[in-house]
Design a protein. Structure first.
Length: 94
């Protein structure tokens, strides 16, 4: 599930327009809106392009696109395959 509020906040702060992102992803603005609002799912390649376009850190990327699996209330997920940000941080230390 996408953290829509955080993604929209990042869009506003960077000034990157939704119609531009939709064109880069080769989807309509309506389709992008559906994905942002959790009506349909983003493909992994789409999230990667958005990460690059917005200049998101790894932590922010995972907080936006993996909000339900990495929520801070769910400490049991830390380091599990359901929480990829924790895996990346672990791997950096290896």
């Amino acid at each position: 599930m996408v953290n829509s509020e955080l993604l929209n906040s990042q869009l506003r702060s960077t000034g990157v327009r939704k119609d531009y992102i939709a064109s880069v992803l080769h989807i309509s603005k309506a389709t992008l809106s559906n994905k942002i609002n959790n009506k349909t799912e983003f493909r992994s390649t789409e999230t990667f392009y958005i990460k690059k376009l917005l200049g998101l850190s790894d932590d922010l990327y995972f907080e936006i696109f993996f909000a339900d699996s990495c929520d801070s209330k769910s400490q049991k997920n830390m380091g599990s395959p359901d929480c990829p940000g924790q895996i990346l941080r672990h791997m950096e230390g290896v």
